[in-house]
Design a protein around this ligand. Structure first.
Ligand code: PHE
Length: 488
């Protein structure tokens, strides 16, 4: 290199000059010279165009639009219809795309027949350009043609058609001596063997003992191995689960299919009140009705009509037992905690559950018809509001959100009712509801202690954790994006 100091070297010349054959080895040595500021490396990115598989067959048989055009130009004015395409040898896989290509060339369709414009010169010109490009690429063969030498619009068009052409991104490097490299006296240069790869042959002998080794460069760019990983939502659920478990909670589950009775009536949601429609419910045809035991229906009827023994006046009117037995997809996971209380009324508990719920919502950046809630209750003699607020604050602090505030809210089944908000990037975001179950809820269940309850949105929390602004991104099967989402 020093002998031809003004020259720039490509990889081939370097290989020749060093008398080595291993490209990676030579390129690596060049990189080291560059690190020592003796050599300058110039990189040049280019795009090389090759024929794709469809392009190969277009070269052999003609491009689809070229064949169609030949056929059209040979036909009598009267028999240029779509129906004729088939008998002319264009099968279904060709006639569909073919009609599209002809339209783009300015050939119209009138009552099923092709209409060629008066002045054909433009079409003829395009046809010959396209044929020439295919021809040029076929001639270039494996070497391909540098994209800068080709018509960019035509390349873009061909690239949009599947398999016609392949565009290869190529980086070529040139090495040249720097001033310092040129000035370095010959006497300071010596040839040394530095081992970059340890082989069994090397280890079998003694040479390794006194050899010089190339140090590892941990800053070099390397491909990131894409192994399997849990879906980010899975990891988030696991993390929430472990937080509640370490806070002493037990996990519960429930079915997606429930009754209006357990999903709403047991929660003292009035049967005729708009609050019922507030949660746009998916009612089921199959099962349309799920029987509920009379004892439950009786106690709900009593509480809804007259307030039962709670001192409440209830909602008045007549409680509809048929309405209560309607099958539906649960609209919130509060149905799980209520059923748990019904089955264990006299047992103190701290339970939680993470589950899917369903509501008729139009999909947009903040709504999905299926989403998940993080639900929980504390049922014990001394349960109270400060305990509820502290529990939620502790949970969010463990999740990494120490700023939590609660504000008054309304739910038909809690009093007092709270809205839970978390501070994120300077803004307060509502993440869920909470409160103390009303006596109208706990009395029919047979519970005599207070119950702290909450239900929070999982997806909303996930959006915070993953830094997303569109809820749909959580469930799009975009592998590249999923791979790049932070590990929890
Ligand atoms: N079920 C309420 C919802 O879906 C949340 C909630 C649960 C509120 C428990 C209070 C108590 O929004």
């Amino acid at each position: 290199m020093r002998e031809a100091a003004d020259d720039e070297f490509g990889l081939d010349q370097l290989l020749q000059a060093c008398d080595w054959t291993d490209q990676a080895y030579v390129a690596g040595a060049g990189l080291e010279l560059a690190d020592a500021a003796l050599v300058r490396i110039t990189e040049n990115e280019s795009k090389v165009v090759h024929l794709g598989p469809t392009g190969e067959s277009a070269h052999a048989n003609g491009l689809l639009e070229v064949r169609l055009w030949q056929w059209l130009s040979n036909q009598e004015q009267t028999s240029r219809s779509i129906a004729d395409l088939n008998s002319a040898g264009f099968d279904k896989s060709e006639s569909g795309p073919g009609i599209g290509l002809l339209k783009k060339l300015g050939i119209g369709l009138e009552r099923g027949s092709f209409v060629v414009p008066e002045d054909e010169s433009e079409i003829v010109e395009i046809i010959s350009q396209r044929t020439a490009l295919i021809e040029a690429l076929a001639t270039a063969g494996d070497a391909g043609v540098d994209a800068v030498e080709l018509d960019s619009e035509l390349i873009e068009h061909f690239h949009s058609r599947s398999g016609l052409i392949i565009i290869e991104e190529v980086t070529s490097r040139t090495w040249s001596l720097t001033e310092a490299g040129r000035r370095l006296p010959e006497s300071e240069l010596s040839e040394e063997l530095v081992i970059g790869e340890i082989t069994p042959e090397l280890l079998h002998g003694d040479a390794w003992k006194n050899a010089q080794y190339k140090p590892y460069d941990v800053n070099l760019e390397a491909p990131i191995p894409a192994g399997g990983r849990p879906h980010p939502m899975r990891s988030l659920v696991e993390r929430i689960r472990s937080i509640f478990l370490e806070m002493g909670f037990t996990e519960i589950e429930g079915d997606f299919v429930q009754t209006a009775g357990w999903n709403m009536d047991a929660l003292f949601i009035p049967q005729t009140h708009p609050a019922r429609a507030m949660q746009d419910t998916f009612y089921l045809d199959e099962p349309k009705k799920i029987p509920i035991d009379d004892a439950s229906l009786d106690s709900w009827a009593d509480v809804h009509e007259r307030g039962g023994d709670t001192g409440s006046r209830g909602w008045g009117g007549i409680f509809d037992r048929e309405e209560a037995q309607k099958g539906l997809l649960r609209t919130h996971t509060t149905v799980n905690t209520v059923r748990h209380l019904h089955e264990n009324p006299g047992v103190a508990c701290r339970v939680f559950g993470i589950g899917r719920v369903f509501r008729q919502e139009a999909i947009d950046k903040s709504h999905l018809p299926e989403f998940h809630q993080i639900e929980g209750i504390i049922h014990e003699e001394s349960a109270n509001l400060p305990m509820l607020v502290t529990t939620l604050k502790t949970f969010y602090a463990k999740m990494g959100y120490p700023d939590v505030r609660v504000r008054p809210a309304y739910f038909p089944y809690t009093e007092p009712s709270l809205e839970v908000e978390v501070k994120w990037r300077g803004e307060w975001l509502e993440l869920g509801g909470a409160g103390i179950f009303r006596p109208e809820v706990t009395e029919p269940l047979g519970c005599s202690w207070p119950v702290c309850a909450w239900g929070m949105g999982l997806e909303r929390l996930a959006m915070l954790v993953l830094g997303l602004d569109d809820i749909r991104q959580l469930y799009q099967p975009d592998l590249a994006k999923l791979r790049d989402m932070p590990l929890l």
